[in-house]
Each structure stands twice: as structure tokens, then as C-alpha cells.
Design a binder for this molecule. Structure first.
Ligand code: GDG
Length: 529
């Protein structure tokens, strides 16, 4: 029976050791495992190949065998990479070269022939593992920028495989791509695939422009690239497949009692008057309740900031306090410093918000071993400190800053509490957070301020679309989003929610795989476009 083999840098599960020496696997967090994980789980004929997260030089042979067995029980085929390979291929070439360059951060990109060698070596290792387990009629779906050489390496080993590749991040303009010393080899690596998928038509156009200028290959009007293989013509089809998310999962989680208790805790902590604090939640809501009680404790003798807040409150009349939320990996592409500056500008330009809007900023640790990420963390820590130091009142702090990863229900609680979601990456392939926010507020109001630099902006056109570099524009959009009427917010959201409900992650994988089946059919070559 023909099978589907999903391939990604990291497996969707991580291994943990129990005290008794046995192992347990837990699901990884992140866009990819939530997008394709359900397909893998529900299809018994689907395998997943990826890095195990384990350095084989730190384990005995028996341990490696036991670990492999545990992964295989979950239809995961582990690849073991030592720390030198990981430093070169993953931290080095993938995350220090391709990631910044593909996000238009060319100044952050490092070019190093040693990391490139490691990238080649690891792509070969993946190819050997897959070729050893794949049958000729299997389908292989390769994910992302870590494995751009893999399609051609696989084609050379198993010419009959149906091979697809999807890029989860942007594909840059040809001018930027041309700066990459090994760009031509990467494009040639991709020519081993039958179907290449991107989030948007713009990324497809950027990719085809690079192929046109760097490889001497014909491209027809339908975006099919013609390659010659052993004297025969084969087509590589390029198309856009905007990724969706599991709408039902976020809606359900946001309605769970834990998420609702979190939401009420956040609302109470932010001084919202309309909500009653849930009695069922422990520390969070108790702290929130205490904050609510101290809210009325101001006196005329308090600091001048409190007087400012009181006059601001008078200006705001009886309207409720507001909550802004954001959820990001702590990555320089996500635009956290720029966003914080816009928030600070709003507090100074519209002082009526001082004391009346709280920003819940969840910044999940990411790539902590990389120097530029450590520097970014310091920079964001510093900015949050400055803004909190400058604007805090005795019983109010403008930014509630969390720098650890939370389980999905509290994340949905954060989304659910957000009157406004501030999603302003400087560059992003799609951005699932914007979509998750809308799903978590299914049927409710809430305003989305969204960067025009992410794939999601071309789908979520009823959001407040902003240029994330334009501090003034983000500040104004944020102010308007906070002021939007509930009816208008609901109207805007309904349009976007209807789309997201339909265009789910599962539809995305089904559409990609059915397109791959179609274009790898030999009769596809005869179709004129
Ligand atoms: C890449 C592309 C593209 C974050 N913190 C926590 C947490 N998250 C989850 C979010 C969301 C995911 O991580 C992040 O997805 P994004 O799409 O926003 O960004 P990347 O990780 O950069 O993903 C991106 C995506 O691939 C898919 O193609 O959209 O453009 O860069 O799901 O909710 N989840 C939990 N706790 C956290 O603390 N549970």
C-alpha cells in the first residue's frame, strides 16, 4: 500500500526519560505539528521522519535502540544528529543564514562554508534514511527551509517517488536571494520535487523569478518549470497553499473552564469592571481579585500619575478598561521592539489609556543558544522595563510580560481576554497567531491589528492592516482598535472567522496532497497550461 512520509527538521514529538529509565513522548508545540499532526495521527499509513532532538554520542547503543523503538511505536522515524551537525546544519546554516535572509534581514545573515557543508551532510543523511524505508509508489512531503536539498537527493535515490515540498516562511525577492552564495544549489535541490508550495502568490512569484534568473529552465504560464531528467521531460509545479489552523480546537479550548478562568483573571487584573472573578481558579484569579480590590484605594495624595489616571478615567467616562494581547516566539522577525515603541507612543499620545489598558505580552523563548536571540531578549526586557517604569501607577502596570511557554488552554485564555490582538511581525510566512486569536473569539467582538508583512494579511483583510515599521501608524491603529464598537468588531470578525472555519489546517494538507497526486501523475506532463 502506498504511504505518505512526512519529513521535517524536528519530529512532532519530544522524548522525556522517566525516573524508572523508561521513555515517554510528548507532542511538540508549534505551527507545523498542529497543522499536520492530526493528519499523521489519524492516518495509519503515514510516517514522520525528523530529528529526534537526541545527540547519539551521549547515549549507549542500547539506549538509542530503545529510543528508536519508542518513536517508531508512534510512527515517527528518528534521525540522530550530534552536536556538531546540529550546530552547523540547524543553528548555523538554517537559522543563521536562511532564516534571516528569507525574512529580508540580510544584515543578520552569516555565510560560512562549514555550516553549508553540515547542511549538505544532514540533507544527505535524511535522504539515506528515507530512501531505505520508502517504496517506489510512496509520497514524500518535505517541510521547510532546513531541507531544500532533499527533493533532488531523494529523486536520485528513488526516481519514482512523488515528492512535494512546502516552505513555511517567506521566499525573498530575487535581489535578496541572489546574495546567498549557495542559492543555485538550493534551487537545484528543489527541482527534484513534483510540487513546491508557498503560503502566497507573491512568494511563488519571487521563487519563479529566482529560478528564471539562476537556472536555465523553461517556465510555462501555469508556473510549471520544465526539467530534463535522463532525456525525459518532467515538470515541477509551483503553487500557493495558504496554511490554515484547527479552528475547532482553538474555539473549544477558549471555551474550556480553565481558559475562561484565565480570561476572567486577566480581565480582573486589568481592572475590567464587567467581569466577575471565577472562584474556581487558584493563584491567578486570587491575585486578580486582590488587584481589583486595591483599585479603589487611590487618594488625592497619591502620585501625580494617579491624578493623571483619574483625569483620564473621567475623560473615558464609564467605558470599561481594555486588554491588548500578543503571543510570539521571541524572534527578531516578530517585531517586538517596534510594537512596544508603538504601544508606548499610544500611552503618551492618548493619556486617557494610562491606567486603563493592559498589554499581555507572551514572548515564548526560542533558539536561546543563538547570540542574536539572546540580545533580542535583553532588548525586549529592557524596553518592557522602561515602559513599565515610566507609566506604571501604584495599582496598575501597563505591560504584563511572560517569557515562558504556556500550555494551549492558558494561551487561549489570553486570546479570549484580548479586546485587541497586536500581531505585527516585520516579516512572516503566514502567522498563525492572528488566526488563532479570531478562532478563540468565535462569534465575539475583538479587534485584530495585523502587519501587512505577513501572509495572513492577504486573507484577513478586515483586520486593521498596518506597516509594522511605522510606529505612528501602529499607534493610531491600536487606538482605533481599542475604540471600535462591539457591533463593528463583530461584523469584521464574522467575515474573517467564516473564512478560517472553512480553510483549516486539515483542508490545507488535503489540498496540497491532492495537488501533489495530480501533478505527479504522468498524464500531467501532457496537459497544456
Ligand atoms: C512558521 C512561520 C507560519 C507560541 N507560543 C506558545 C505557543 N505558540 C504557538 C502559537 C502558534 C505557533 O506557536 C507560532 O506560529 P506562527 O505562525 O505565529 O509562527 P512560527 O513559529 O514562526 O511558524 C509562520 C508557520 O510556520 C506555519 O506555516 O505561519 O509564518 O514562521 O501556533 O500559538 N503555543 C503554546 N504556548 C506558547 O507559549 N501552547
Amino acid at each position: 500500500m502506498a504511504r505518505l512520509i512526512i519529513v521535517s527538521n524536528r519530529l512532532p514529538m519530544s522524548l522525556h526519560s522517566r525516573p524508572d529509565g523508561t521513555y515517554v513522548l510528548t507532542q511538540n508545540i508549534g505551527g507545523l505539528s498542529t497543522a499536520i499532526g492530526p493528519y499523521h495521527k489519524s492516518h495509519k499509513d503515514c510516517l514522520w521522519v525528523g530529528w529526534s532532538g537526541i545527540d547519539p554520542t551521549t547515549r549507549t547503543e542500547d539506549e538509542i535502540n530503545a529510543i528508536s523503538d519508542e518513536f517508531t511505536r508512534h510512527r515517527c522515524i528518528p534521525i540522530f544528529l550530534d552536536s556538531k551537525q546540529i550546530n552547523g546544519y540547524y543553528a548555523g546554516y538554517s537559522n543563521d543564514t536562511l532564516w534571516p535572509l528569507f525574512h529580508d534581514f540580510a544584515h543578520e545573515a552569516k555565510f560560512d562554508s562549514l555550516t553549508w557543508k553540515a547542511y549538505e551532510e544532514v540533507n544527505e543523511k535524511f535522504a539515506d534514511t528515507i530512501a531505505a524505508l520508502a517504496n517506489p509508489d510512496d509520497t514524500v512531503w518535505v517541510q521547510d527551509y532546513h531541507l531544500m536539498l532533499l527533493p533532488a537527493l531523494l529523486r536520485a535515490r528513488q526516481p519514482k517517488l512523488k515528492i512535494g515540498w512546502f516552505l513555511h516562511i517567506p521566499f525573498p525577492s530575487p535581489e535578496i536571494f541572489h546574495q546567498l552564495p549557495n542559492g543555485k544549489e538550493l534551487l537545484e535541490g528543489l527541482m527534484g520535487a513534483d510540487l513546491l508550495g508557498f503560503h502566497t502568490e507573491d512568494f511563488c512569484a519571487n521563487f519563479l523569478a529566482s529560478v528564471k534568473s539562476m537556472l536555465n529552465l523553461g517556465i510555462d504560464k501555469g508556473g510549471r518549470i520544465s526539467v530534463q531528467e535522463d532525456g525525459r521531460q518532467r515538470f515541477v509545479t509551483v503553487d500557493a497553499f495558504p496554511i490554515g489552523m484547527d479552528y475547532g480546537l482553538y474555539r473549544r479550548n477558549a471555551r474550556s473552564s480553565l481558559a475562561q478562568a484565565m480570561r476572567h483573571g486577566i480581565e480582573a487584573f486589568s481592572g475590567k469592571r464587567t467581569r466577575r472573578v471565577s472562584t474556581s481558579l487558584s493563584a491567578e484569579s486570587r491575585a486578580a481579585a486582590e488587584a481589583e480590590e486595591s483599585w479603589s484605594a487611590y487618594t488625592e495624595d497619591d502620585l501625580s500619575e494617579v491624578k493623571l489616571a483619574q483625569s483620564a478615567a473621567a475623560k473615558r467616562g464609564t467605558r470599561d478598561n481594555k486588554v491588548i494581547v500578543s503571543v510570539d516566539r521571541l524572534d527578531y522577525t516578530k517585531g517586538l521592539p517596534e510594537r512596544l515603541r508603538a504601544f508606548a507612543l499610544m500611552l503618551s499620545r492618548y493619556p486617557e489609556w494610562v491606567g486603563h489598558v493592559t498589554y499581555y505580552l507572551l514572548a515564548t523563548p526560542s533558539r536561546e543558544g543563538v547570540e542574536s536571540y539572546r540580545q533580542l531578549k535583553e532588548h525586549v526586557d529592557q524596553l518592557v522595563g522602561e515602559i513599565n517604569g515610566k507609566y506604571s501607577l501604584l495599582s496598575w502596570t501597563p505591560i504584563h510580560y511572560i517569557t515562558r511557554s504556556l500550555p494551549i488552554k492558558p494561551v487561549c485564555g489570553i486570546y479570549s481576554a484580548g479586546d485587541v490582538a497586536l500581531v505585527t511581525p516585520l516579516r512572516d510566512g503566514m502567522n498563525l497567531v492572528a488566526k488563532e486569536y479570531l478562532a478563540s473569539r468565535d462569534g465575539r467582538d475583538g479587534a485584530l491589528v495585523l502587519s501587512d508583512q505577513c501572509g495572513a494579511a492577504s486573507e484577513l483583510t478586515d483586520a486593521y492592516i498596518v506597516n509594522p515599521y511605522d510606529t505612528e501608524a501602529v499607534c493610531e491603529a491600536l487606538h482605533s482598535a481599542l475604540e471600535i464598537s462591539s457591533a463593528e468588531a463583530k461584523r469584521r470578525n464574522a467575515v474573517m472567522q467564516a473564512r478560517l472555519k472553512y480553510r483549516t489546517a486539515s483542508l490545507w494538507s488535503t489540498e496540497f496532497l491532492s495537488a501533489l497526486r495530480q501533478v505527479s501523475d504522468p498524464r500531467w506532463a501532457d496537459r497544456r497550461l
